[in-house]
Design a protein around this ligand. Sequence first.
Ligand SMILES: *Cc1c(COP(=O)(O)O)cnc(C)c1O
Length: 388
Amino acid sequence: MNTKELDSTYVAHTYARFPLEIVSGHGAIAVGADGRDYIDLGSGIGVNAFGYSDEAWIETVTRQLHTLQHTSNLYYTAPCVQLAEMLCERTGMSKVFFCNSGAEANEGAIKAARRRSFLKYGEGRSTIITLKNSFHGRTVTTLAATGQENFHTEFGPFTEGFVYCEPENNDELRRLADENACCAVMIETIQGEGGVYVLSDEFISAVAALCDEKDLCLIVDEVQTGNGRTGELYSYMHYGIKPDIVTTAKGLAGGLPLGAVMLGGRAADVYTPGSHGSTFGGNPVCCAGAVSVLSRIDDKLLDDVRKKSEYIFSELTGAKGVSSVSGRGLMIGIEPDGKKAADVIAMCMERGVLVLSAKTRVRLLPPLNIGFDELRRAIQIIKEVLAQ
Ligand SMILES: *Cc1c(COP(=O)(O)O)cnc(C)c1O
């Protein structure tokens, strides 16, 4: 049997895969089992921050593999504390809890907000306001946190204590906070899976002000927007707000599974021994990979991300077959005019460019360090496909 047949026979059918087997890669290029090179503007859904086979990252990760692959959180390890220090120094947050994925990071954030409220106010003040059209993960609790009805079937009973606010609706936000015993508001600054929808400065400021007024934890889910993706290290930095809890994962370790819950402000010291944990959390190999990634997300790289973003926006805005372009940095959504996103994806793949979708939009999450030549080539192909 070939890979596709083996997958179909033995792997649970949770994914509608594209008809492509990727065997290797270098930089922004994915190499298919068909022997073709593809310019990959998806980066494994924003995970391969520095593309495939990045040499500095491989060097750091393999050195750590040869040194210590795992020991458990019963002992101290250097990569874990080094990464935590780096994250705190660059964000102003106070503490970091490490885990393995975005959903697990959001679980950690939800537990932190609820525990903080429990310790200060007692039982019952546990509701979390999330946004309609959000996406926070696939566990039973993070599905409940996700503000989309279609995620709230089949797997019930779901975790209680989430209410959903229409993005940009300040009145509904206030009403929900008045009518429920809340401990937190949880937002993405750009709803990634929701269609690369950017929240306005006004709404995010209103959320932050409400959290101050009512002593709620402000949780920002930066699983997709974090780690340089939007042209700042974390996307909340565009808004001049100070979240109490920031979660991240996807691009953090450049291709290794690592999630982080950053705690500051109201939630800084909420976790005490025994209150939360994760066997693999803070794994030295994953943390070493993240140190390599973070140490290279500097002002110069972020500036390049913004320049590439401007280029993509200027090429695609108003182009033939494009109805609108949304997003920030290298997290971009293209609303096709007259074509389905799935058809655009298939046509781009046929022509050697890999792109993603988000709802009705074509989504781009290229590696942060993609070369301008490759980016230009890929964007021209996308333009041609959209114009057809
Ligand atoms: C991808 C994503 C998640 C879930 O991350 P996993 O690592 O798949 O659990 C959560 N929130 C946001 C905003 C995401 O984009």
